[in-house]
Every structure is written in structure tokens, then in C-alpha cells.
Design a protein around this ligand. Structure first.
Ligand code: HEC
Length: 124
């Protein structure tokens, strides 16, 4: 009887762990070569937002919207980009500060976003 009960509890824990692990898997992003070309919001930056940010930053949430078609205006309207001093951009400071905690951008993605701002943060 006790054994049966333990078995059920253990199976349940196992199940929760598997679900948690599955939900952490990120989609693979195919990065486009950008060393000689300018960084494109549409091709380089938006996929990062789609993969790491829009779960929380969307039209339902009480924050700004990073979904396709809204991200550019949202970033500007909320003063999250500083074109004169790119490294002072709230966007960069925030994501450099381990945000979001569970799934922060990697150094390559951070570099792309920084380069995009340095190039004038165009809606390209
Ligand atoms: C798990 C949910 C979640 C994810 C995923 C997430 N954010 Fe956030 N973000 C928040 C919340 C909640 C706030 C407001 C509270 C705070 O500042 O921490 C916030 C605040 C911010 C701010 C500061 C806004 C301001 O006006 O100060 C920026 C910039 C930001 N997020 C960018 C991003 C970017 C870029 C991504 C993707 C790389 C991302 N966030 C992913 C939940 C999230």
C-alpha cells in the first residue's frame, strides 16, 4: 500500500521534471552572416525576440510588445534604445543583466543587438 503510494508520487515527480525540461528547449535559430553586412531587424533581431522574449513581452502583457510588426515601435516608444550612446540603451543594459533570468540571450545574440543599435537601429 505504502509502496504503491510512493510509486505514484515518484512517477508524478518524474513527469513534472520531463515537462519542465521540455519547456526549456529553445528553438534553433539559423543565424545569418552579418560581419560584412548590416544587421537586419527582420532577419537577425526579430528571431531573437521571437525565441526569447515574446512569451512575456506581447500585447497581452503589461509591458511592451516585442512581437513581429510591433517590436520596432515599442522599443522606440518606450525609450529602450539610445542611438547616440548604444551601450546606454535600456534594452542592452537589461538583457546584459541576466534578463530574462531563465533564458537570457547568449553573447552572440547580445552582440547582434548591440551592432544593430550602433548601426542606427533601423527598421530594416
Ligand atoms: C519570463 C518573462 C520575460 C521574458 C522571457 C523576458 N522579459 Fe523582459 N521583462 C519582463 C518583466 C516582468 C519586466 C518588467 C519588470 C522588470 O523590469 O524586470 C521586463 C522588463 C524588460 C525591460 C525593461 C523595460 C523598462 O522599461 O525598463 C526590457 C528592456 C526587457 N524586459 C527586455 C526583454 C528582452 C529583450 C527579452 C528577450 C531577450 C525579454 N525581456 C524577455 C519579463 C520578461
Amino acid at each position: 500500500m505504502i509502496n504503491n503510494f510512493l510509486n505514484i508520487i515518484l512517477s508524478f515527480c518524474f513527469f513534472i521534471i520531463i515537462i519542465t525540461l521540455m519547456s526549456c528547449t529553445k528553438k534553433y535559430i539559423e543565424y545569418t552572416e552579418t560581419s560584412n553586412t548590416s544587421v537586419s531587424l527582420k532577419n537577425n533581431i526579430q528571431p531573437i525576440f521571437d525565441n526569447s522574449c515574446i512569451n512575456c513581452h506581447n500585447q497581452q502583457a503589461n509591458t511592451f510588445n516585442l512581437k513581429t510588426g510591433y517590436s520596432y515601435k515599442s522599443l522606440l516608444d518606450n525609450n529602450l534604445i539610445n542611438i547616440d550612446k548604444p551601450s546606454n540603451s535600456v534594452l542592452l543594459i537589461k538583457i546584459n543583466n541576466n534578463h530574462p533570468f531563465e533564458g537570457a540571450v547568449n553573447i552572440y545574440e547580445y552582440g547582434l543587438i548591440k551592432k544593430w543599435i550602433e548601426e542606427g537601429a533601423k527598421d530594416n
